[in-house]
Design a protein around this ligand. Sequence first.
Ligand SMILES: [Ca+2]
Ligand SMILES: [Ca+2]
Ligand SMILES: [Zn+2]
Length: 397
Amino acid sequence: MKKKRVAIALITVIIVTVAILFAGCSGYDKFTLNGWEKIALERMGKLPDEVDLTKLKVEDFIDLSGLTTDTYLYTGGEKNVNNEGWYATLIDNFDVSYTENSGLNPQIWATSRHDIRWASQKKNHPEYANYWCSEMVSVVDGVVKVKAEYDADHQCEVCKSYGHTNGRFTGGFETRAEVVKSDGKGGRAYDSNIIWAQAFGYYEASVRFPNLDGMWSAFWLQGNEMREIGNDGLDGTEIDIYESAFRYNNDKISRMGHALLWNGYGKSGKIEDQIVKLEQNLYDGNFHTFSLLWTPECYVFFIDGYATWATNAGGVCRVPEFLRFTNEIDAGDGYGPHGQKIGQFPHDKSASFDIDYVRVYQNVNYLEHMAPSKDGNPYSQANNFESAYDSPFDTAN
Ligand SMILES: [Ca+2]
Ligand SMILES: [Ca+2]
Ligand SMILES: [Zn+2]
């Protein structure tokens, strides 16, 4: 009996030692929550040393219980608000396929504009250019599929009229319609017509990455005023909930990038980003969830339901932003976002970025923190979701 206890104690010591050694070299992140874990801790009534900060879940931060996960669009009037003030605003399970609009609900979505996304980086290979085309987007069995493939004889009428017939084609869809017009100099310009936008709230999508060299996908938010140089990120911030440029993992650990970009993209542009290391393999061929809690005080990012980054960089955006799901292909340089080497897209293979659902919720307590709209009316398509913020350096709209 006594001997057995000693043996058990010894085995325990060995297991604990091995566990510590593994934890020491595994490289899984502690995750950088910058103190915003206090939102979860206060709700749970716990102290920081009582919880594992790598295991804080969405439901530790917010309570979405009692709210629908069925396809739904809030268009005004009665709200079904739960105890914590949350209500559903936009839920699309893509379980209804529309005859037009690549199968997407035209009340919510438009496909990203037919255009060149990245010019070829190889002079002798103009066909390495990456083009976006609506015809690459379809809704199949409750899933949006954004295909990516090389096409030497692309037949889309719009793409053909632009001379985009030989290259790497993919696309995206968003809650904004870009409408082409003349730039007055024989070229193309675009109106950015927002179909649906929201400031603050909780945003979640379940997606499966395209699994080929030279590719990445993204779930991100943008506003029409995010190029305005004044007001830091308050008048618009690109919020990259994720960008999947981390298929190559030399140490077999999954990585993912979150990012915030504000004050435009030129010299004035500011960026704050975070690359997190994960235990789970995000390239296992399954769907994974990526979500954002955007409060008036901070942003909290989640992967598969666990908080991976929190920050208030740029000041927190106070204007409505539209949603984007986009698929991208390298244009011969073999590099993707976050400085990642992603390889060359193979011309004899195709891949698909799959989106199973999108869920967005709002909280009644956040509404008063929104910036006023330009015309004083509620934000809507009528005022193109434009805020009263103005900047002498405005380079957008
Ligand atoms: Ca700004
Ligand atoms: Ca679905
Ligand atoms: Zn096209």
